[in-house]
Design a protein around this ligand. Structure first.
Ligand code: PEP
Length: 252
């Protein structure tokens, strides 16, 4: 992990939990973070949209930030079931994931759509967490770096800076499977993303690059120690404070 970039440990709760139990987990997490303050690391939880506002009010004043899991690219309009970035921000959330592989797969989201969503997030003063990652087939065909370059270049919002945008590298085959790439594979992709960003942005060296895909307490410190890995995006192991906390602890 680079010393100059403040890490971010982010939890993606996906479509899990109801407000009471999830609120209790968030409170337990906040209690743990209270013991360390916000000295070395940012912490983010992305709950289901139905209780974003409730989680934002529980987290208010704590070091834990709250984010949406997706947003529509339009500001408003006839898009039944969707939420605009403005609406996400209106709940008190300050971040928004865009382009998670489950969105790219389940909702056929293209790089262009992800970019438009990220731009909408920035326009609503949300920090966009732009997710990229190769499929197993692409990795086996030796296309990983080409796919990642394509996703980074075409999903990144116009106006992206290290302050308003985070990139999360999540190999699709590692999400929720218990499989992780080797540390040297992760290091290779992160170094590649950094290089791609250096060609596009003036503050590329400060942009947070998260690794995601079956991160847990037992593998987090090895992954977080890698150069150009500035934090994690965590699914399953973020649902319970007791599982998530050891991952946060690797950065403090
Ligand atoms: C994710 O959903 O972004 C993710 C990385 O999930 P998991 O940690 O469960 O693999």
């Amino acid at each position: 992990m680079s010393n100059t970039v403040r890490p971010l440990i982010a939890g993606n709760w996906k479509m899990n939990g109801l407000s009471d139990e999830s609120g209790a987990q968030l409170k337990a997490l906040i209690e743990k973070t209270n013991s360390i303050g916000n000295a070395n690391c940012d912490v983010l939880i992305c709950p289901p949209a139905t209780f974003l506002r409730e989680m934002s009010s529980i987290a208010a004043g704590s070091v834990v930030s709250i984010g949406g899991q997706d947003c529509h690219s339009a500001e408003k309009g006839a898009h039944t079931g969707d939420l605009s970035a403005n609406m996400i921000a209106d709940t008190g959330a300050t971040y928004c994931l865009v382009g998670h592989s489950e969105r790219r797969t389940d909702h056929n989201e293209t790089n262009g759509m992800v970019k438009a969503k990220a731009e909408s997030a920035l326009a609503s003063n949300l920090i966009a967490v732009v997710c990229v990652g190769e499929t197993l087939e692409e990795r086996e065909q030796g296309k990983t770096l080409t796919v990642i370059t394509d996703q980074v270049k075409n999903s990144l919002p116009k106006g992206a800076t290290a302050k308003n945008t985070v990139v999360a590298y999540e190999p699709v085959w590692a999400i929720g499977t218990g499989k992780t790439p080797t540390p040297s594979d992760v290091a290779e992709v992160h170094a590649h993303i950094r290089k791609d960003l250096q060609g596009i942005l003036s503050d590329a060296d400060n942009m947070r690059l998260l690794y995601g895909g079956s991160v847990k307490g037992s593998n987090a410190s090895e992954l977080m120690a890698l150069e150009h890995v500035n934090g994690a995006l965590v699914g399953g192991a973020s649902l319970k404070a007791a599982d998530f906390w050891p991952i946060v602890e690797t950065c403090i």
